[in-house]
Write a protein that binds this ligand. Structure first.
Ligand SMILES: [Zn+2]
Length: 422
């Protein structure tokens, strides 16, 4: 073992995490195990020590007492939040709620019937497709994943930008990986602090799930994002209103690869490939001749990222254009900070050739066999910077790495009562 490899391990063994400070050096690591070695990053360590953030991977209960800005903004909007009670549990058990929920779906609750057109006044429709024809709005949930360098290298080689929906707790665990998304020119959006079902949260806690993720991304990447995606798509008009007050556009999807579900509920790698193939078949069938597509895909683990790479050549061949969601909307200012701009759709497609497909690291398109061995590789969030929490981190297959107590299985009643033991 080279000395320079051995020394960090000594530090880790002693309970102290190696310091890493450079996005570019972090991005150059090619060994996934090294990528996922916990490290300390001073701005995160300092912010946690100053109690500026809630415990990572824990559902936000309330705004922090020293958070003057958050408390002031919440106080300003609280009285105008739609009077809709929280639903079910934050683990997604709605079995005690749906029997009495009106079939008319008065709250435009996506989990109920995939409503994307709000019924409360003054709210914009969710983004579930993109306005440009024969175009894929390309996005990935649940990052930043500590072992995402091969995937991001692939996107760079393809000259392909995407929209990355980041979990606040992952941003705090893997801040240099979060910086890479901005450095590489991807669009970053919020995917909540703890990745729970948002309609279950009371108002202040729901606000906090979004607010602290915004602050985490700002802390480590220097940008204030303007979009979010609800975990599991679980949003209603109350949550939409809170997000809108934070300047966040709600982004959903119409097609689900189900890559996050492999190994649960009978979903296999073949199921996921069939979902990709069906989307591609829809392009040639003319389904997207007037409006483009958004499909739910993930940065969750090595399998989901490998599958994205395996399928990229076929997607690039089928769609006329693959672009970040902001670009498909001609949103040229993706962040509040005005020193960062995106190209218009026309500018993007003039300079990005969708047929540019890199040779590696993937041996050929649509290969599921090359992916299968990586199913267990995952974003096993280490709690590197927080020093908080006990128990192990597990890739649950729900689209997030959750910190749970050892030997305490999570039982999740998914949506309308389908049980999955995770
Ligand atoms: Zn997710």
């Amino acid at each position: 073992m080279p000395l320079k490899t051995f020394l960090p391990l000594l530090f880790l063994a002693a309970g102290s995490h190696a310091q890493r400070t450079s996005e570019s050096s972090e991005a150059s690591i090619t060994d996934p195990a090294s990528e996922c070695a916990p490290y300390a990053y001073a701005p995160v360590t300092s912010a946690l020590a100053a109690s500026q953030f809630p415990p990572i991977w824990t559902p936000v209960a309330s705004l922090l007492p020293n958070d003057a800005a958050g408390l002031a903004l919440f106080a300003k909007i609280n009285s105008s939040i739609p009077n809709i009670p929280p639903k079910g549990t934050m683990a997604g058990d709605f079995s005690n709620f749906t029997p009495t929920y009106p079939a008319t779906d008065p709250d435009c609750w996506w989990t109920f019937h995939q409503c994307t057109q709000p019924k409360a006044a003054g709210l914009s429709a969710d983004v579930a497709s993109v306005p440009e024809a024969r175009t894929l709005g390309y996005g990935f949930d649940d990052g930043p994943n500590c072992s995402h360098n091969a995937f991001y290298d692939y996107l760079t080689a393809a000259q392909q930008k995407a929209t990355m929906f980041y979990i606040g707790s992952n941003v705090m665990d893997w801040p240099l990986e979060a910086q890479r998304a901005v450095a590489d020119g991807h669009e970053v959006c919020v995917h909540t602090w703890s990745h729970r079902y948002m309609t279950a949260f009371p108002n202040e806690a729901a606000f906090g799930e979004l607010w602290y993720t915004l602050q985490a991304i700002k802390l480590v990447a220097g940008v204030t994002v303007k979009c979010w995606r609800p975990p599991f798509g679980d949003v209603d008009d109350r949550i939409r209103y809170i997000a809108a007050q934070l300047g966040l556009e709600t982004v959903l999807w119409k097609y689900d690869s189900n890559d996050w579900k492999v190994g649960t509920g009978g979903v296999t790698t073949a199921t996921v490939q069939a979902n990709y193939d069906a989307l591609i078949a829809n392009v040639s069938a003319g389904v997207f001749d007037t409006v483009g597509a958004i499909m739910l895909t993930h940065e969750l683990n090595n399998y989901t990222m490998q599958t994205a790479m395996d399928n990229y050549p076929a997607l690039a061949k089928a769609f006329d254009h693959i672009v970040p969601i902001a670009v498909a909307q001609n949103q040229t200012q993706p962040y509040v900070e005005t020193n960062y701009t995106f190209p218009t759709f026309a500018q993007y497609i003039a300079t990005h050739n969708a047929s540019t497909v890199p040779a590696g690291p993937v041996p050929g398109a649509n290969s599921t066999t090359s992916s299968a061995s990586n199913v267990t590789g995952s974003n096993t969030g280490s709690g590197s910077s927080s020093g908080s929490g006990s128990g192990s981190s597990q890739s649950t297959g729900t689209g997030v790495s959750l910190r749970v107590g050892v030997g305490a299985p999570l039982v999740l009643a998914v949506a309308m009562g389908v049980l999955a033991v995770l």
